[in-house]
Design a protein around this ligand. Structure first.
Ligand SMILES: NC(=O)c1ccc[n+]([C@@H]2O[C@H](COP(=O)([O-])OP(=O)(O)OC[C@H]3O[C@@H](n4cnc5c(N)ncnc54)[C@H](O)[C@@H]3O)[C@@H](O)[C@H]2O)c1
Length: 441
């Protein structure tokens, strides 16, 4: 049997010698593709495609500015003065920072069709009062946030509503221990912030300030992240200048009971600037004035939380000294807005972030009475050591360079805090009732 190729249907293939191929028509190889191209309105689709591509490249010609290696930028740009530093090229850098982690691609272009990534941001102390509000805003903006907190004064409840969100991570960690994370920005808030807590173990407070600052700024240096320090109006001590400008160097008692905090923050500012000048770390410094709002630690002895908790519990409001010392009170959402503007902006600072509205402690007690209980009594106690007589921020620099100023007055902000405190005090009986040890901080 000769070899046969069997087709479907079991027909026998015609023998090879009976096959004669059709002779090719002349020009068929040229005309066939042309016919194909011209049929079914294909040229029209081609022209429409070209038009769309041209339009896209005309409207979005390039992607944002290229990433600039952080350490190469600073050497020639840093003046000697510590007051504030407008750095021209940081405009460029700030848009590079907005590209998100891992954005250092050599051409600086994001391929068309890819969405710009959010940033990867560490918030130390992010489970605390201010930190948790900052985390809310960053997550809402689309960034990925890693909170590092040892829960010394912070609470898991402050950030629990983000659990399950892939853009949120919580690490229980004491930041005096080394930590390596790849991030774009670091907001450094971790620190015992109220007198009750920082006076509890003052030696640990001052030592941990230095260790902590060193480690966290070191981390910023290693990964090329921008670093923001939350300093404080306490660096002005008992000020001899009123209102306080950032150029004022302060009047701090270096051996007093508050100096573990005041000098600790001053040292933190020093280390921040030394890392900046010496190692080219991108830094920002905020000097925060008294801030209040929901999620404040109830019994930490800060004056606003103290008065509110006392009025709600029908206890007398404890005023230390004659009650004529003044403070300025800023609502937390205003502060968070200022911190974010500072981080994203092009100026290092330091910047005062506070509400210039100035109240004596007795005036504050009156506002609390009006808001919560007009019958609340006032009880005078001897003043605490080194309690500053006056505090009021001059925020002209923040207004001018960050375009920031607070919007929420004390009378508007206080009720927002009261509903949170009421719910936590009467809905959560685990909160203690120790309201002693207060100060005007
Ligand atoms: N709230 C204010 O009025 C005010 C005023 C000036 C400055 N500041 C500064 O702002 C920052 C935040 O203050 P806050 O009012 O939210 O205080 P907070 O006590 O509510 O928050 C501080 C957070 O840091 C955490 N923390 C403390 N030590 C830590 C450590 N070693 N490792 C990890 N986590 C640690 C705490 O558990 C807490 O969650 C602080 O640095 C504070 O000095 C606040």
């Amino acid at each position: 049997m000769g070899s046969e190729l069997i087709y479907r249907g079991s027909e026998t293939q015609p023998s090879s010698d009976s096959y004669s191929p059709k002779p090719l028509k002349p020009w068929a190889s040229v005309t066939r593709p042309l016919h194909y191209l011209l049929r079914e309105q294909r040229p029209l689709f081609v022209f429409v495609g070209i038009a769309i591509a041209t339009l896209i490249f005309t409207v979005f010609p390039t992607s944002p500015a290229p990433y600039v290696a952080p350490h190469s930028r600073f050497t020639t740009l840093i003046p000697d003065s510590i007051t504030y530093f407008p750095i021209e090229t940081q405009q460029k850098f700030s848009s590079a920072h907005r590209l998100g982690f891992g954005s250092a691609n050599p051409t600086g272009k994001i391929p068309l069709g890819l969405k710009r990534k959010g940033l990867r941001i560490v918030v130390t102390g992010g489970a605390g009062f201010v930190g948790s509000h900052l985390v809310d805003r960053l997550i809402a903006r689309g960034d990925s946030v890693i909170v590092v907190d040892n829960f010394f004064t912070g609470r898991k409840q402050n950030v629990m509503h983000h659990f399950g969100n892939p853009n949120f991570e919580l690490i229980r960690h004491d930041v005096v221990e080394p930590l390596l994370l790849e991030v774009d920005q670091i907001y450094h808030l971790a620190c015992p912030a109220s007198p009750v807590h920082y006076k509890f173990n003052p030696v640990k407070t001052i030592i941990s300030f230095i260790l902590l600052q060193n480690l966290i700024t070191g981390l910023a240096k290693r990964v090329g992240a921008r670093f923001l320090l939350t300093s404080t109006s306490e660096v002005y001590g008992d000020p001899l200048q009123h209102p306080q400008k950032e150029t004022y160097w302060g009047n701090v008692n270096p051996i007093g009971v508050r100096s573990c905090y005041d000098e600790g923050k001053r040292t933190a500012e020093t280390l921040t600037m030394d890392y900046h000048r010496g190692a080219g770390v991108e830094v920002r410094i905020a000097r925060i004035f008294n801030t209040y709002g929901p999620r404040m630690c109830i019994d930490d002895g800060r004056v606003v939380s103290n008065f509110v908790a006392q009025a709600l519990r029908k206890e007398p409001l404890t005023v230390y000294g004659d009650g004529k010392q003044t403070r300025s009170f800023q609502y937390v959402s205003d502060l968070v807005g200022g911190l974010m503007r500072l981080m994203e902006g092009e100026h290092i600072g330091p910047f005062n972030l506070g509400n210039p509205g100035e109240f004596t402690m007795l005036e504050l007690a009156e506002v609390v009475q009006e808001t919560i209980d007009p019958n609340a009594k006032i009880e005078f106690r001897p003043n605490t050591e080194d309690d500053p007589h006056k505090r009021k921020p001059d925020i002209s620099r923040a207004k001018q360079l960050l375009g920031w100023e607070p919007k929420v007055s004390l009378r508007k902000g206080l009720p927002l805090m009261v509903s949170d405190f009421r719910q936590r005090i009467f809905g959560d009986h685990k909160e203690g009732s120790n309201t002693n040890n207060a100060s005007s901080s």
